[in-house]
Design a protein around this ligand. Sequence first.
Ligand SMILES: NC(=O)c1ccc[n+]([C@@H]2O[C@H](COP(=O)([O-])OP(=O)(O)OC[C@H]3O[C@@H](n4cnc5c(N)ncnc54)[C@H](OP(=O)(O)O)[C@@H]3O)[C@@H](O)[C@H]2O)c1
Length: 292
Amino acid sequence: MIAITGGNGQLGRATALELLKRIESQQLVVSVREPEKAAELAGQGVTVRQGDFNDPDSLVRAFAGAEQVLIISGDTPNEVRIRQHRTAVDAAKQAGAQHIVYTSVVDPDPASPFTFAAIHADTEAYIQQSGLDYTFFRNGWYLEGLPMMIGNPVESKAIHFPGGDAKLVFVGRNDIAQGLAIVLTTEGHRNQVYEINTGKTYSFTEIANAVGKQLGESIQYVEIPTAALEAGMRSSHLPDFLVEALTGMSEAVKQHRFEKPSDTLATILGRQPKSLEQFLADSFTLNSLSAS
Ligand SMILES: NC(=O)c1ccc[n+]([C@@H]2O[C@H](COP(=O)([O-])OP(=O)(O)OC[C@H]3O[C@@H](n4cnc5c(N)ncnc54)[C@H](OP(=O)(O)O)[C@@H]3O)[C@@H](O)[C@H]2O)c1
């Protein structure tokens, strides 16, 4: 049996649907904070159990009987999330799981200015210390996060970001989900650390050119100071820990930390993952770029 956390989240739900193509629904448990929101999965025969990273007993109950547990990283500030993830690892072990698959991030270096990297570093180390088998998906930046990163170039004819000439790797959420489902249902993935991305790096100038090609007009990349990005986020009233993480992310970009292209996901999927260009083509509406 396979148990997955975050079954009501975007990646968790997509992974559950991919797993249903590969295993019987009775072999799948989704752990969610609010079971009533998982009615669609329950209707397909999936076992839905209440599980909260803040409630260790609930996770032990949620993971009961699972040989493999997929822990999808949460969304809280560092000190809280590190504790939550450790709780999930302990619960998987207590419930008798043999294999943990974990959604980490590209460059999980505690020294990175991207503050969330320290969370993933801690969780990866904690899983390795647990003695259970592990598979880490070091996911690139979500293609679906691009609109938030680059604003609306259709209107502004420009992309403003403090990225210099550094490059990043990206990946589509549905491709991650399919990759996770394959790893959870096929052999050969135990004790592996996978860089999960489209296999290509992009600078902001290249992103601007790709957007421009899609629009049939010129889009410029305009480098801005990190302080300007930070001021924009503060005026949007983002929580402090997110502002800190995202400004730190732009600093980490400039340190070339996210230049880790890999064909691992293509190998797992047996096809090329969705490219940034394809994402743009799928996502442009008449007046804006929308997350698909
Ligand atoms: N690589 C990237 O570009 C990128 C971008 C954004 C996020 N991420 C990471 O990837 C993860 C998955 O992405 P996503 O798109 O699926 O995000 P999402 O839709 O926001 O899902 C986050 C999931 O975390 C669960 N969660 C939060 N707190 C929890 C708790 N106390 N106990 C149990 N579950 C809890 C949520 O549960 P509920 O459904 O109950 O709310 C939700 O299912 C994110 O959480 C984040 O760590 C990566």
